[in-house]
Each structure stands twice: as structure tokens, then as C-alpha cells.
Design a protein around this ligand. Structure first.
Ligand code: TRP
Length: 349
């Protein structure tokens, strides 16, 4: 794939400066697959950043990527629960539906229709080369690779381009998809001789990688994740069971002592302090003092989020309304973009 400025070193720092000057020039789109409850890895990795960007005055679109759930599994079971749970998580952390559009793929037909012209702009070898897709295929338990697995990055381009987002906050693993999106935008404009789509920038997060309580990648399927919606007791239990080591002196050494360092990092993120400070403070208190510090810090951080979530959960009619209104807003924007696409392609009959 063609390299572009989205990957240039320093680009994200430059973008952060522009955000600090005037965030309102950015239309931001991000999304999550609704495969279960959002957890602290999501919170520190991306969710908190979305609230920050919203509060700075950027226009934010948050996609609940329901069709993308079907890339690596053959079932749509529990989708309704997961989708509504995700809206609850978003509201609880402070995404404000008056400023941020929350919507799902499946309710925005014109977004999905962009997939057809976009598929025509990429070659099969380009799709097969995508390193994130290759990785997902390697880890998939499915016996065959579905057509959606290979093509969902093109659908993701439609997620981003339907609203002409100019900024996409992502982790490293999503960069190939963003490169593909830029390629599709440029190719569409060139092939049809119209400036329909801007090429969006990636905003790379500098959040350090938080692991699960067993020291491996935090993920709901591994049972090592602290869900935003978990109770204080459940949180305490998960942290009590976290892996540590025999050295009583707590330090921050991600290479040499990954499990202890991860707990230190978790406390530091929850407290808004540096890991070194937290490690020094716990000092020779050992694993149990460290775990107490982590549990208190996480439960204090999450208490107001959990309280808000419980309030919204008592009014699911409102929660469904938020989604319906987000879907309508996204639908109107997608219809206007599809109109431009049809015009550029001479499909006005
Ligand atoms: N692929 C993303 C993930 O697995 C989810 C996603 C879908 C997304 N569409 C998007 C992210 C558009 C950013 C922009 O988490």
C-alpha cells in the first residue's frame, strides 16, 4: 500500500497542537465492535480520549460496529444486549448525545451502500496483504475465511468516509485500515474526477498498553478484564487474584516484572499519577499493599461512572432513543454523501 503522511512520525503531535488551538475543525469518527462489556483497557486506550475530544469541541461520531462483529464468528447472539450495554457505557463515561453522534452500522443503509463502489477500488491482493486481517485470520477459530473477514476494512472505510471524518483516533493495529481508507478516498476522487472525500488522518494514542490481571492482553474472552460495569466487589476479587512475583519491593519495571508493572500502571492511570511515583509510594509493602492501592484507585475512578450507568439502565427507553436519534443523524449524513457519490458516478437516472 502507498505510504502516506498519516504514518509520518510526529504527525499525531502536530494534530494534538491543532486540537489544542481549535478542536472544532475536526470531525472525528471512532468505533467499537459490540462483542461484550467495555473494560478498563478500552477506557484508558480510547474511551477517555473520546470524551476529552468531545469536551474540547470536536465533532465526534461513535460507531457501534455491529456488522463487524460477524467477521470472526458465525453468530449474532446477544447483539441487542451488547449494543445497548455499549450505549450505557458511552453515556456513563460522559459521551453526551447532544454533542456526539452514537449509531450502529445496521441502521444506516446509505453507509452500507458505499461498500459497493469502494470494493471496486481495491484489488484482492491489497485486501490479502492487510497485516491486521492476516493476524485475525491466524487467530480465528473458524474453519474458513469469510468474505466479510477479507473485506471488512473496506466497510470500515465507508464508516469513516460516509461522514467525511478528517480524524480517526486509533491504535497501531488499525493503521492498515486507515491507510486503506485514505487510498479509497484518493482513488474515488481521481477515478470520478470529483473531490468528494477528504483523506483522514490517524490520531495515534500515546496511552501505554494495559494488560489484563493475568499479565496477558486485556480481553473479555480471557476473563482477565475489569469491565466498566463490574461491581466494586468483583473488581476487588479480580485484582486480588492478579498475578505478581515473589519480590516484596514494588518497582515499575515493565520488561523485568511485567505483572507487577501492569498493576502499578493500572493504579497510576486510575490516579492520574506516574507509575514511578506509585511504585515508590507502595515501596516495600509488597503485592498485597499494591493490590489494595490498585483496588481503591480503580473503584474510586469507576464509582461515578458506575452510578451514572445504573441510572441510565433504569431508563432504557431513553437509551434506545439516544441510539435512534444517532442513527437518524448518521442516516441523513450518509444519504447526502451517497447522493454526491451517485452524482460523481453519473448514476442520476
Ligand atoms: N475495527 C475496530 C475495532 O476492532 C472497530 C471499528 C469499526 C472502527 N469501524 C471503525 C474503528 C471505524 C475506527 C474507525 O476495534
Amino acid at each position: 500500500m502507498e505510504m502516506s503522511s498519516a504514518l509520518a512520525p510526529g504527525r499525531s503531535a502536530e494534530l494534538e497542537e491543532q486540537i489544542a488551538r481549535d478542536a472544532s475543525v475536526f470531525r472525528i469518527l471512532t468505533g467499537d465492535r459490540p462483542t461484550g462489556p467495555l473494560h478498563l483497557g478500552h477506557y484508558f486506550g480510547t474511551l477517555a480520549n473520546r470524551v476529552r475530544l468531545q469536551d474540547l469541541g470536536a465533532e465526534v461520531f461513535v460507531l457501534i460496529a455491529d456488522y463487524q462483529v460477524l467477521t470472526d464468528r458465525d453468530t449474532a447472539d446477544h447483539l441487542d444486549d451488547y449494543v445497548i450495554g455499549q450505549v450505557l457505557d458511552y453515556l456513563a463515561i460522559g459521551l453526551d448525545p447532544a454533542r456526539t453522534v452514537i449509531f450502529t452500522h445496521s441502521a444506516v443503509p446509505a453507509l452500507n451502500q458505499l461498500l459497493l463502489p469502494f470494493l471496486s477500488l481495491v484489488s484482492v491482493p491489497e485486501l490479502e496483504r492487510n497485516p491486521t486481517v492476516k493476524d485475525e485470520i491466524t487467530h480465528s477459530r473458524q474453519s474458513a475465511v469469510s468474505g466479510l473477514m477479507l473485506t471488512y476494512p473496506v466497510h470500515q472505510a465507508a464508516d469513516i468516509l460516509f461522514c467525511k471524518a478528517n480524524l480517526v483516533p486509533v491504535g497501531q493495529d488499525q493503521l492498515p485500515h486507515l491507510e486503506l481508507t485514505r487510498l479509497i478516498a484518493r482513488r474515488f476522487n481521481r477515478r470520478y474526477g470529483a473531490e468528494v472525500f477528504p483523506a483522514p488522518d490517524a490520531l495515534l494514542s500515546d496511552a501505554p498498553l494495559l494488560l489484563g490481571v493475568d499479565g496477558t492482553k486485556m480481553s473479555k474472552s480471557r476473563g482477565n478484564a475489569i469491565a466498566l460495569a463490574a461491581s466494586a466487589d468483583e473488581t476487588a476479587r479480580l485484582i486480588r487474584g492478579a498475578r505478581t512475583d515473589a519480590n516484596r519491593n514494588v518497582s515499575y519495571d515493565p520488561e523485568g516484572r511485567p505483572e507487577v508493572a501492569n498493576l502499578v500502571l493500572l493504579a497510576a492511570l486510575a490516579l492520574g499519577r506516574s507509575p514511578q511515583e506509585v511504585a515508590a509510594q507502595v515501596g516495600s509493602g509488597g503485592a498485597s499493599a499494591l493490590k489494595d492501592t490498585v483496588t481503591t484507585a480503580v473503584n474510586e475512578l469507576l464509582a461515578p461512572i458506575r452510578a451514572r450507568r445504573a441510572d441510565y439502565a433504569r431508563d432504557l427507553g431513553y437509551v434506545r432513543d439516544v441510539l435512534r436519534q444517532g442513527n437518524e443523524r448518521a442516516g441523513a449524513i450518509a444519504a447526502a454523501t451517497l447522493d454526491e457519490v451517485r452524482t460523481a458516478m453519473g448514476m442520476r437516472y
